[in-house]
Design a protein around this ligand. Sequence first.
Ligand code: IMP
Length: 191
Amino acid sequence: MTLCFATNNKGKILEIKTILGKKFEIQSLQEIGCHEELPETKDTIEGNSLQKAEYVWENYGVNCFSDDSGLEVSALNGAPGVYSAMYAGPTCDTKNNIVLLLKNMEGKEDRSALFRTCITLIINGEMHQFEGTVKGKILKTRQGEKGFGYDPIFQPEGFDNSFAEMTLEDKNKISHRGTAVRKLVEYLTKL
Ligand code: IMP
């Protein structure tokens, strides 16, 4: 079966190709002729994930899946959540997003947080969603250089290291994305 992964992130495509093996041919957006930005205008992670997969299905008629993730911080009422990538506004980048999050967490006792991924799969018009979460806490300072995004300030529950101090392999074993991808793969391999 051929499936389009509705993302422009080459790293994510490579990762899923490695996991799924030869039974599934994974196509990028470019390979199906989609060169425009996918819409991501919903206010939930599930909503954005669905919106991207629906866009590809409705405009290109190919079986596909998409993912959307975010970091939900309890003391900030779930922020940055669906807005994780653009938290610091016009000047948003990884560094500024972390600086703002640490500033907004100053003086907060409850540092608990949750990373969440929602994958939406559409096969022949039928939709399925797969969720992955990982609980943890927001550290007071950056720790580690690996990974991306908020990895240096997120310490998963039951571990002494931040995500940015773990190998990608170890992070994937417990991460929100790793869990959601494993659920997707389990579903696909039963087809
Ligand atoms: P995406 O939907 O997977 O592109 O994730 C949206 C944003 O959430 C990213 O730009 C990061 O800021 C943040 N994020 C998602 N997953 C992770 C992760 O595993 N580590 C750190 N930050 C993440």
